[in-house]
Design a protein around this ligand. Structure first.
Ligand SMILES: Cc1cc2nc3c(=O)[nH]c(=O)nc-3n(C[C@H](O)[C@H](O)[C@H](O)COP(=O)(O)OP(=O)(O)OC[C@H]3O[C@@H](n4cnc5c(N)ncnc54)[C@H](O)[C@@H]3O)c2cc1C
Length: 586
């Protein structure tokens, strides 16, 4: 489904499959290009496409080189200065600093959806464009996307809930395009007692000498040296549990320039995201500013969590795309037993297995981003869709990323396990997606218990998907009927699980099914437009058969149609519905 150019082997590197170095990750991504044209206004698409193209080239070029170096030179914490003062600071390798310049300075990721002026636009970028840019960036560098995204989401929270005074103090610094003066944001929630169970938070806020002071111990703090952190703490006398939590903004430096009273005690030695610093923070009476109402802390913080969850889904989609790109290059260049390995049926099936979840995630994140744009414009149904799409994407795309990364590593063979090649890093980085901003269980419970059970948000999603199926008139009616029936069964299954606490153990199954049917409908609709690449409908059928249907492992003939579908999907040629319609007739 992509058009990776087969690179020439470097001189003297016979037999070793090359990687994607030098490719433009925008130019080779047919699905992304088509879907951006579908979701963006023609004017935005025309003005933004040069930036997608530029970032696509950077991601396959300079950014990729920098990411490789930064991963090998993780940040180092210096807890004290030479005079013995607790003036802790973190040293980053110059490669990380150069990536920061590209992200914050050149592209203005942190500010692009908050103000006009980034990338020469006369209005803030739509969510579709912002997440598409994140998707391109992360194909090269994953670690830095945490500080980028959490700065963006911190700005959102301060704009929405901060007092006028706090906005005046923080926003000009946080929105600045000047790296020398810009303040970056982050979010510290997790403590030893609980990441999932945030009601156990022990950090206290005391009102002393007319200001709030924080005392506590934050156990997981990514982007540990950010200039301003949003965090949850319990004001003295507030009730136990989540109800007693308030949201605070914690600046690293006080107004007089001195260091605020908290210390980064240690950096975590992590499996992945090694370019970025995650630490432990001790709050020793640190000055902080209350954000919003003191009894609404968790509710407000959940806005940031949800924005991060969506970005995590995008990051998983991006890493999977990189896996597909790498695997395609290997498959087309590596020889074994006298043939290029892409010619082997088992290898082709393997490629399909990593391509399918990648394309699903692409469709899902752009649909979710579009729902965000429509919700921001006041559409209530889109807001409800986004409510359920966000944890769906976070839950399923992040889980899929793990087998996809392993699968792509295997396509490269032994070299894929060696840290000089990107696959090893992709395997390591993939795993964090199922942990931060809620584990798989926590996201699945959010989907089933709250989004379906309490909010009924699935109904808005169901209505939106049915509408898309009606619009996909070019696709054979029998196939669309099958999708409608599966959609109905999935929604009713999710409702049954939500209605009965005894069925809680099925929450992940229900969440997966919701994700799969939504992606199958989206891909069907995407295949139906004039001039569209109808291969996406074949992917929709594969989702139905493999991710929602029951397979008899002892009946190979049941999958005969797949051989033809695989040929079409792995070719560089897009097709019309007329050419593949027969493969959609069940
Ligand atoms: C590298 C890294 C960086 C991080 N950065 C940050 C950060 O910047 N800010 C921040 O606030 N946090 C951060 N985190 C913390 C992360 O969000 C938490 O680790 C995560 O939410 C899980 O919490 P926990 O570790 O306390 O595990 P627990 O909550 O103890 O979970 C343990 C297991 O129990 C399961 N479980 C818990 N409750 C239920 C339930 N009701 N039903 C079923 N299963 C359940 C979970 O799914 C999990 O499998 C980071 C973590 C890592 C690894």
């Amino acid at each position: 489904m992509d058009a990776t150019v087969t690179p020439a082997l470097p001189r003297g590197a016979d037999h070793i499959a090359p990687d994607c170095a030098g490719q433009n990750f925008y130019a080779i991504d047919r699905g992304l290009r088509d879907l951006l044209a579908l979701y963006l206004s023609p004017d935005d698409f025309r003005r933004l496409e040069p930036h997608f193209d530029r970032l696509g080239a950077l991601a396959g070029g300079r950014l990729d080189e920098l990411a490789r170096i930064a991963d090998r030179h993780p940040p180092v914490l210096h807890p004290r200065d030479r005079f013995g003062r607790d003036e802790d600071w973190i040293d980053y390798h110059s490669s990380y600093r150069e990536m920061e310049k590209i992200a914050f300075g050149d592209f203005g990721f942190h500010a692009m959806s908050h103000r006009a002026g980034t990338l020469g636009m006369d209005h803030p970028l739509p969510a579709v464009a912002k997440y598409a840019l994140q998707y391109l960036f992360v194909q090269a560098e994953f670690g830095l996307m945490c500080p980028i995204s959490v700065t963006d989401t911190s700005i959102h929270l301060i704009r929405k809930f901060g007092s006028c005074e706090l906005k005046e103090y923080l926003l000009p610094k946080m929105l600045s395009a000047d790296p020398a003066t810009q303040w970056k944001g982050t979010q510290f929630m997790t403590e030893r007692a609980g990441g999932s169970d945030v009601g156990t938070i022990e950090t206290v806020a005391r009102h002393e000498d007319g200001e709030w002071r924080l005392y506590g111990d934050k156990w997981f703090c990514s982007h540990a040296d950010a200039d301003v952190a949003l965090l949850l703490a319990r004001p003295d006398g507030a009730p136990a549990g989540t109800k007693g939590l308030a949201l605070f903004a914690l600046p690293r430096r006080l107004k007089d320039g001195s260091r605020n009273a908290y210390r980064i005690v240690r950096l975590k030695d992590k499996l992945g995201t090694r370019s970025m610093a995650s630490g432990e923070i001790l709050l020793e009476g640190a000055t902080a500013f209350l954000v919003g109402a003191a009894d609404q802390g968790l509710k407000e913080m959940m806005e940031q969590v949800n924005l991060s969850r969506l970005s995590h889904g995008v990051r998983a989609a991006a890493m999977m795309r990189r896996c597909v790109n790498e695997a395609m290059v290997c498959a087309r260049t590596r020889s074994a037993f006298g043939k290029t390995i892409i010619d082997y049926p088992l290898l082709r099936r393997q490629l399909l297995k990593i391509t399918l979840p990648t394309e699903q995630a692409l469709s899902m994140f752009l649909f979710a981003a579009d729902a965000m744009d429509r919700a921001n414009a006041g559409a209530r149904d889109a807001e409800n869709c986004l409510r359920i799409l966000t944890p769906l994407l976070k839950f399923r795309a992040c889980r899929d990323n793990i087998p996809v990364a392993t699968g792509a590593m295997e396509v490269r063979g032994g070299n894929g396990y060696i840290e000089e090649w990107v696959q090893a890093r992709l395997v390591r980085d993939a795993h964090i997606g199922v942990l931060w901003e809620g584990t798989s269980n926590i996201n699945a419970l959010d989907i089933v218990t709250r989004a379906v059970g309490k909010s009924g948000a699935h109904k808005a999603l169901e209505a939106a998907l049915l509408k898309l199926l009606d619009e996909a008139a070019a696709i054979p009616a029998a196939f669309r009927d099958r999708l409608r029936q599966t959609l109905d069964r999935t929604m009713r299954f999710a409702e049954r699980v939500a209605a009965d606490p005894a069925r809680e153990a099925h929450a992940r199954r229900a969440a997966s099914a919701l994700y799969h049917i939504a992606s199958a409908v989206l891909m069907t609709r995407e295949a139906a437009g004039p001039g569209a690449d109808a291969r996406r409908a074949l992917l929709a059928r594969l989702v139905l058969e493999h991710r929602l249907g029951v397979q008899d492992p002892l009946a190979p003939e049941a999958g005969e149609w797949e051989r033809e579908a695989v040929e079409i999907l792995l070719s560089d040629r897009s097709v019309s519905v007329a050419e593949i319609g027969g493969l959609l007739e069940i």
